[in-house]
Design a protein around this ligand. Sequence first.
Ligand code: EPU
Length: 349
Amino acid sequence: MITTLSDFNIRHLNTFRMNVSVGKLIEYTSATDLPAVFLEVGDAPYLSIGAGSNLLFLGDYPGVLLHSGILDIEMVNESDSTVLVRAGSGIEMDKLIEQTCQGGLWGLENLSGIPGEVGASAVQNVGAYGVEVKDVIKEVECYDTLEKRFVVMPVSECHYGYRTSVFKRPDLKNRYVITHVTYRLSRFPCPVLTYGNLKSRFAIGETLTPEMIRNTIRSIRDEKLPSVELFGSAGSFFKNPVVSQTDYDSFVNRIADIFGQEIVPPAYKVNDRYKLSAAWLIDQTGLKGLSHKGAATWHTQPLVIINKSGKASPSDILELETIIIRKVQDLFGITLSPEVEHIYPTFQS
Ligand code: EPU
């Protein structure tokens, strides 16, 4: 079924809770609706979104917003140890995870509490607590808007990286509309407890279930991250910067000059590069908890920018973003890049 709404306010379709409207919102409930949806879109500019949990609308969007309402879930045994879970792109990721954890299936539990829907999470390669969704994706089904046919992309063709995929490549952006994602989950325990002090939350030798890990992750997130019911936000606003060995060495020297040798900044080696902590960098600039007009950085996780007043304008958020980037750049020589996608009121995005 296809539903079309014109000049529609999408406050409920962006987790920053911005009061912006779109020229047209088209929601569809089946993959087979897509050819007709694109006949309706015609030559108009369009944007496919999930729950809008990683978007910052910088004003009214005059084009067409497409939103999947594909909600079917199918689970089939692949082998004695693995189950394939095929989920519609419009399903809330956390609802799916609740279901797979209740079913005793391993693989998605560390991603509990991540806002967003199945389709968008496969575009963004969402990750948390040592797991990225790519680790359990088998394949992604899409409608190819150029060739006007349905395609199945095995995970190897999705070119996943840190918060990126083939679906974000500038030349392919908007070409594929994800309809379903198939995950390969395990019946046998395979807990991932490598992140931070996650392991210390469980007793040594304790028999774990996916639900136990889910509950623990949810309470860690509740301690650190703002609830979207209370404050609009888009989770981490910035990506953790990944730098070369040379840039890492100059960064470490700069830290030693500023703070003295005893400060060791958090950093993780990823192949021949270093992933730095954007939260730490922002924290050290003293911008944690800073309010700027209607926006603020979250007081326990400064990587998150919130709509503090509930009435923050896009420019309040944009100005705070600029303040943070400049200050981190001035102090540490590191340029932060937003993880949140900026949607411009014109058609430049
Ligand atoms: N830190 C500080 N000050 C703070 C908070 C954190 O210095 O106030 C430092 C600490 O050193 C801490 C480190 O930052 O050890 C890392 O913090 P955290 O564990 O919260 O992780 P993160 O790197 O800041 C990433 C993801 C989050 C994900 C967490 C947990 C990105 C951009 N963000 O944050 O994802 O939940 O790891 O795995 O990679 C999201 O993408 O929206 C998101 C919330």
